[in-house]
Design a protein around this ligand. Structure first.
Ligand SMILES: *Cc1c(COP(=O)(O)O)cnc(C)c1O
Length: 409
């Protein structure tokens, strides 16, 4: 069929949509063959009218559920007022967002961006400039320490310190100034720090690596070492933060506060790409006008939605649900007897189910779950990731676990 005619005709089937993507989109993803056309809470509906439970929540960008009424209302109200000013002028949403978000983080200053990768880039620039202007590191010598199996985004600088060969292959030359240490190993971090080290960039729980929870007390040790050695502790909470693990921030599990939070994903309420670097006034003071910026960063539409996200988080309702229903979900999953499963791990409503190599790849399990009406995604071949919207109920968890049990036993 002629593609143009297909686009213009109403009521395309899912298969037709997928064909268009195959023909006209870059093939940089390998999605499950489902075409979502509508969504509400934990449920989505495909172009052919079939319903699915969403157990991925757009990698935690939809923490509060699809089309949360208060978030949609905030966006709609802002659409009628003003949507974009650029930072050439002020807008009446940015100031309140920065105050409210800083308060939520127990911090003092916010630098708003759009995507998570931009937030990470911003944190890298913050740490480098802090190193030169506050710590006294010689020009262009700053070093940032990162972890094995990290995931911080896809820019050329960020893939420069990835340990995933596919992320890097074909994209060099790479940005210098990074060193890799083993995740969860505090001695490795201590040994890697030298006079030029300005920061340690770490995910409090590694999401893309397969929901890897570090040893108890690791983040507390990181906090201590960073303070003792005068380097910045940068927590990439883009995926782990904003409720997912049963706390507002995953760092709270170890009772620590980093020097810099990087936030994204859920900060945009599943509506807008909103990211932010949140820190102290002292650290943020390295920036002066013209140093850094973004045309869309801090735009009033994004800010209005993010303000509503912060307001929702302040109630603690989603964190509580992630904690209690997360425990419920883990209990249910752990009671399933399966010789295919190597490990079930995670925290809050964030679960990695790792399969034995002999049991096949996780994607096959995800495909079978899709046929049963449940959407989730594999990561790193052997691990299936569950990260439902944090509004999921126990009845819905029972529904999901019934299907998971069917495919893993
Ligand atoms: C998703 C993610 C990013 C990148 O965010 P984008 O919005 O996709 O650029 C960075 N860090 C972590 C921990 C993430 O999960």
């Amino acid at each position: 069929m002629n593609a143009q005619a297909t686009v213009e005709s109403s009521g395309m089937t899912g298969a037709q949509h997928i064909e268009l993507v195959e023909r006209f989109a870059a093939h940089n993803y390998h999605p499950l063959p489902v075409v979502v056309a509508k969504a509400d809470g934990v449920w989505v509906e495909d172009a052919d009218g079939k319903k699915y439970m969403d157990m991925l929540a757009a990698y935690s960008a939809v923490n509060f559920g699809h089309c949360h009424p208060a978030l949609i209302a905030a966006a709609k109200a802002q659409l009628d007022d003003v949507t974009l000013t650029s930072r050439a002028f002020h807008n009446d949403q940015l100031g309140p967002l920065c105050k409210e978000l800083a308060d939520l983080c127990g911090m003092e200053a916010v630098l708003p961006m759009n995507t998570g990768a931009e937030g990470v880039e911003t944190a890298i620039k913050t740490a480098r400039k802090w190193g030169y202007t506050k710590k006294g590191v010689a020009k262009d010598q700053a070093k940032i320490i990162c972890c094995t199996e990290n995931f911080h985004g896809r820019t050329t600088t960020i893939v420069s310190f990835s340990t995933d060969e596919q992320c890097r292959d074909g994209f060099g030359p790479f940005t210098p100034g990074f060193e890799i240490v083993e995740y969860g190993n505090i001695k490795a971090l201590e040994d890697a720090i030298d006079d030029n080290t300005v920061a340690f960039l770490v995910e409090p729980i590694q999401g893309e690596a397969g929901i890897i929870v570090p040893p108890d007390g690791y983040l507390r040790d990181v906090r201590r070492v960073c303070t003792e050695r005068n380097i910045l502790f940068i927590a990439d909470e883009i995926q782990s933060g904003l409720g997912r693990t049963g706390h507002t921030f995953a760092c709270e599990h170890d009772g620590v506060k980093p020097d810099i939070y990087i936030l994204g994903k859920a900060l945009g309420g599943g509506i807008m790409p909103v990211s932010a670097v949140v820190s102290s006034r002292d650290i943020m003071s390295v920036f002066t006008p013209g140093d850094h910026g973004s045309t869309f960063g801090g735009n009033p539409l994004s800010a209005a939605v993010a303000r509503k996200v912060v307001e929702i988080l302040k109630t603690g309702k989603y964190q509580d649900n992630a904690k209690s229903n997360g425990e419920y979900l883990f209990g249910k999953l752990n009671s399933i007897k399966s010789d295919k499963v190597k490990e079930i791990r995670g925290r809050g409503l964030w679960v990695g189910i790792e399969f034995h190599p002999a049991a096949g790849v996780a994607r096959d399990y995800c495909s079978r779950l899709m046929d049963l009406g449940m959407l989730c995604k594999d990561t790193h071949a052997q691990t299936m990731r569950l990260a439902p919207p944090l509004c999921i109920t126990r009845e819905e968890i029972d529904w999901a676990v019934e299907r998971i049990a069917k495919v893993i036993t």
